[in-house]
Ligand binder design. Structure first.
Ligand code: IVH
Length: 677
């Protein structure tokens, strides 16, 4: 072929690739964002096939805006959000029989029951999949949502309709007006291996759980349909039918054609429970799906209700984890990682190894005392332990390297910014003190800020944050909300296209409306996690109040549940002018929603309550839990702002002070009567 002709042909191909890219992106928008496809699936597929064929044949002509190069997460914006009617919780973990004994003692104490009281427990495998909430109205599946952050999940209704075990319509007539069925979606181990064999290396999933999540969260429900996902029910959400026990609910599920785990059983004593645990552990390898422990949950729903939950964990259930799996590999290198609070953690980079179906290439070495104690060095053969979703850890040296490297010492300077490090009193962790300009701390904070439990900005993960930070587009939280001004620069980056950029902006805009408690959590203040953020939000109600009076130490000291470490940390954070400025700027560009009490017409709604003395009917914990549910704020000290003081036996000085201040004092009996329990 002559050269001119070749150039001419190549120009034609280039032109066609540009056309195809525009067409595919246009139809992506019609299909994915507007939900109104303008061409048939076959016509769309033909465009993609033509594009891919040309790209394969002429890789040197691939354009920057190729539809195959767009990153970001065009997928995730697609899923509409669903507010769960009741929160989707997660389970507290136990690791041995002692933890179960403690659990039993704890709940008996909470419920004020005798030591030898016997509960009825539903015991079943804890499947390592992803949880789903199926909402049926008059027996018809009306929506299905993922767990998300526990309060808001993603609407994946179209995708679950083809999953084995999830009927679009419940069998039989005896169905309630409304019922939420909760359960686990998962892939069998063998299907996970098959799926990984079919896909390209770079897209392979690291475990069946990720594979199940990736398969479910597909925009194109045809892909979900091709993956052999399974479902087993394990819980009840909101319903119009009154159930006394989970067993009663499971009986209904069976009649409706919803599968429950056939290994599920009922036991009462700790011996029976441990026996069941051991039995399942012994046959674990032969079970078709991955399970990482046994769930014990109280069968009686009235007791479940009384026990309620702490943070995100129900008090009425626990997961006893199976012993972790171990393997031996070599440490290639030891890196020092600096976290968002400045903590410097040594991490072992390993020769990749498969531990119980999961590929592991990094393991934590915890801290420098641990490295010294165990004498772990680069090049050594070591034993690695992996347990569930916990970061794998290096247990011990199996064989020392022949030419042993030097022991890694605690750094005197931060490996990232070079600033001095410190070791606080009673702490094992070494920290970089430079919270203001240490790149690792800033990056860590930014990543925390956009993460799921914080602002939850989809399509904005570690990778994108690092990329933008490196290029100077992002320096602080506020820059996130002004990222649009770098549109041109971002679009010129490899992997970014109009669609992915637009999706990012949509996600950022959507995140601007945020609850006060999430906002507080997002700031990443040391010792202030989700639970404490909620307590603080409850106390200060709105952002203005928070900024104006957070330095009122007395007010903080009065919040029941807030300890001295958190109080000091909050105080330090809000004393800092730089932090205050950031918050004020954020306040202007965001819509921070005031804390709202769950609706309650109770006498105690929004009232300040102090408990004192020994209660006889309810445990102190249950009493506080009940008061919180009724919308009350619990304080530890009596003041003129206290509305009710509830006294048990031997009430002491608080009752005396209440009398002096002329406050309303209720005995335990009087209080219980007024709560209508
Ligand atoms: S009962 C926490 N039973 O484990 C609410 N959960 O961390 C009570 N899971 O997201 C859940 N198998 O999706 C329960 N047999 C089982 C389970 C199970 C797996 C998941 C659940 C939840 C997670 C808890």
């Amino acid at each position: 072929m002559n050269k001119n002709k070749l150039v001419k042909d190549e120009n034609k191909i280039k032109k066609r690739l540009v056309e195809l890219s525009l067409l595919i992106k246009k139809h992506n928008i019609f299909y994915h964002q507007n939900d109104k496809p303008q061409i048939t699936d076959a016509e769309y597929d033909a465009l993609v096939i033509e594009n891919n064929k040309l790209e394969k044949e002429f890789p040197h002509l691939i354009i920057k805006n190729s539809p195959n190069l767009s990153t970001g997460s065009p997928l995730s914006n697609k899923f509409e959000k669903i507010h769960h009617k009741l929160p989707m919780l997660s389970l507290q973990n136990a690791f041995d029989e002692n933890d179960i004994t403690d659990f039993l003692d704890r709940i008996k104490k909470f419920l004020n029951l005798e030591k030898n009281y016997k509960f009825n427990f539903i015991c079943e495998p804890k499947i390592d999949g992803l949880s789903i909430n199926l909402n049926y109205e008059f027996g018809v599946l009306v929506s299905a949502s993922t767990r998300g952050d526990g309060k808001i999940g993603e609407n994946v209704t179209n995708n679950v309709k083809h999953i084995q075990g999830i009927p679009i319509m419940l069998k039989k007539n005896n169905v309630p007006q409304q019922v939420e069925i909760r359960g686990e979606i998962f892939l069998n181990k063998i299907d996970f291996v098959k799926l990984n064999n079919e896909i390209e290396d770079k897209n392979k999933f690291s475990n069946p759980r990720n594979a199940a999540a990736g398969s479910l969260r597909q925009l194109d429900s045809k892909i979900t349909r091709m993956r052999p996902l399974k479902f087993l029910a394990h819980g009840l959400g909101k319903t119009t039918r009154e159930y006394l026990t989970i067993s009663d609910f499971y009986r209904d599920l069976k009649n409706w054609g919803i599968p429950i785990n056939n290994l599920s059983n009922k036991y009462s004593t700790i011996d029976e429970m441990m026996n069941y645990y051991n039995q399942i552990n012994n046959i674990r390898q032969d079970i078709a799906y991955d399970l990482d422990g046994i769930v014990f949950k109280i069968n009686e729903l009235k007791l479940q209700n009384r026990l309620g939950f702490v943070g995100k964990n129900p008090r009425w259930a626990i997961a006893l984890k199976f012993k972790s799996e171990k393997a031996i590999t070599t440490i290639k290198k030891i890196d020092l990682q600096v976290g968002r609070t400045g903590a410097i953690t040594p991490v072992a980079r390993l020769k990749e190894i498969n531990i119980g179906g999961v590929l592991v290439s990094n393991a934590t070495l915890h801290n420098f005392d641990e490295i010294e104690k165990k004498d772990i060095r680069e090049g050594d053969r070591v034993e690695i332990q992996r347990a569930g979703d916990v970061i794998p850890q290096v247990l011990k040296v199996i064989k020392k390297d022949k030419n042993r490297k030097k022991l890694i010492e605690p750094p005197k300077h931060c490996p990232i910014c070079g600033e001095l490090t410190i070791k606080e009193k009673d702490e094992t962790i070494i920290r970089c003190v430079n919270s203001k300009t240490c790149d690792a701390q800033i990056l860590g904070s930014l990543i925390h800020f956009v993460s799921k439990k914080s602002f939850n900005i989809e399509g904005f993960g570690e990778k994108q944050i690092k990329q933008f930070y490196k290029l100077g587009f992002l320096k602080n939280y506020n820059d996130i909300f002004n990222i649009k001004k770098f549109k041109k620069d971002i679009l010129s980056l490899e992997g970014w296209g109009d669609l992915s950029f637009q999706n990012l902006i949509t996600s950022i805009n959507r995140s601007k409306k945020i609850n006060l408690e999430k906002f507080i959590y997002s700031l990443g203040i040391r010792y202030v996690g989700e639970t404490l953020s909620a307590l603080i939000a409850k106390e200060f109600i709105n952002i203005k109040n928070l900024v104006d009076s957070i330095n009122d130490k007395e007010k903080l000291q009065n919040i029941d549940g807030l300890g001295p470490k958190a109080i000091n940390s909050l105080h330090k954070y809000f004393q800092d002018k730089h932090n205050l400025k950031t918050i004020l700027n954020l306040k202007n560009s965001l819509e921070i929603i005031d804390f709202t009490q769950p609706k309650s017409d109770s006498l105690f709604s929004n009232k300040n309550i102090v408990f004192t003395g020994t209660l006889s009917k309810l445990s102190r914990e249950e009493a506080k839990h009940l008061a919180t549910q009724l919308g009350a704020k619990i304080s530890s000290a009596v003041s003129s702002k206290t509305d009710f003081v509830i006294i048990g036996e031997k009430p002491g000085s608080k009752a005396k002070k209440a009398k002096e201040l002329g406050l309303t004092i209720l005995t335990e009996q009087e209080w219980i009567k007024k709560t209508n329990v």
